[in-house]
Design a protein around this ligand. Structure first.
Ligand code: 13P
Length: 325
């Protein structure tokens, strides 16, 4: 087993999943302000400390994705975040993209940036204790979207990122997110997700990325949030697994879904329903952000007396998702 494959296997097996705590400074600040907390570097650090020190987290979480700011910060006990995570048996990951910007020639669609200097940043993150990385591409569904231009540009960047990570010793989480914004049907999301994933694997192959050393992080196939026709849990599970079976080679060790704005309980139900379908060639797990930490942030609200309530809220979601596997 290669070193990359071993890390990927650790991330997706033993009924555990990945916790995405890598919100950019802008996104994290907005979420803190949303619960009345001043968006300072220290408050972002304290909130991330609440997350990683949640009791028994390692029973349901295999890896935590950190933001660049957090990987340079320390816990109150003086340990860095990667050091502390290693102490408790959780792998540290790092978000290495620098965000999605309007795509030239398709201004209503986005291209994720961050390739310049990535080789050097990967070296630095490995020194700081990261073992895996994340890059998120966003694909919009609309009347004329996604365009071939947007899909091609994004999957090319994803594959170059994945290659650079593997060269430097990090397992890349490959995240092509088809957004749930819009009024599209389940069938349209399935069609777009299938086309995007097909394109992702063609490009990974072209750029020589080792498939047994990645984790795929796709969206679940759902109807647009604004669609009047909302599918059942079983419909979502079936459509998602169909899209994956058509496109994802069996050599990929695991698929870890993003939650994408689904309500936490609903994301968990979808994950559970997929496990009940016929045996699948890959592990199916979670790499949720909001669906894991949203309730914790709401419960904590920056008040120290709510520290335990915040951790219990996170623990509740983490245990429910592990059980759904
Ligand atoms: P959500 O689960 O909140 O969609 O976040 C996952 C993630 O890491 C997005 O890049």
């Amino acid at each position: 087993m290669s070193a990359l494959n071993k890390i990927a296997q650790t991330l997706v097996s033993d009924k555990r999943g990945i916790l995405a705590a890598d919100e950019s400074i802008g996104t994290m600040s907005a979420r803190l302000e949303g619960v009345g907390v001043e968006p300072t570097a220290e408050n972002r650090r304290v909130y991330r400390e609440l997350i990683v020190t949640t009791p028994r987290l390692s029973e349901s979480i295999s890896g935590v994705i950190l933001a660049d700011e957090t990987i340079h910060q320390k816990l109150n006990n003086g340990r860095t975040f990667p050091e502390y995570l290693e102490d408790i048996g959780i792998l540290a990951g790092i978000k290495v993209d620098t965000g999605a910007k309007p795509l030239a020639g398709a201004p209503d669609e986005k291209i994720t940036e961050g390739l310049d200097g990535l080789r050097e940043r990967v070296e630095e993150y490995v020194r700081l204790g990261a073992t895996f990385a994340k890059w998120r591409a966003v694909i919009t569904i609309g009347d004329d979207a996604p365009s071939d231009r947007a899909v091609h540009s994004n999957v090319h960047a994803l594959a170059r990122y994945a290659g650079l990570c593997q060269e430097g010793g990090l397992v890349p989480i490959v995240e092509p997110e088809v957004l749930m914004d819009g009024t599209h049907t389940l069938a349209r999301c399935q069609q777009v997700t299938t086309a995007v994933l097909k394109s992702v694997f063609e490009e990974l192959d072209l750029l020589g990325v080792q498939l047994d050393g990645i984790v795929l992080k796709p969206n679940m196939v759902v109807a647009g949030a604004g669609s009047a026709q909302q599918p059942t849990v079983e419909d979502v599970a079936r459509a998602t697994v169909e899209a994956l079976r058509e496109t994802v080679p069996a050599s990929v060790p695991g698929i870890a879904f993003l939650s994408g704005g689904q309500r936490p309980e609903v994301a968990t139900q979808h994950l559970g329903a997929m496990q009940k379908l016929d045996p699948l060639p890959w592990e199916l797990t979670y790499s949720f952000g909001r669906a894991l930490v949203g309730p914790a942030l709401e419960a904590w609200r920056g008040d120290e007396t709510n520290w335990v309530a915040g951790q219990e809220a996170l623990s509740g979601r983490a245990v429910a998702n592990a059980a759904a596997r």
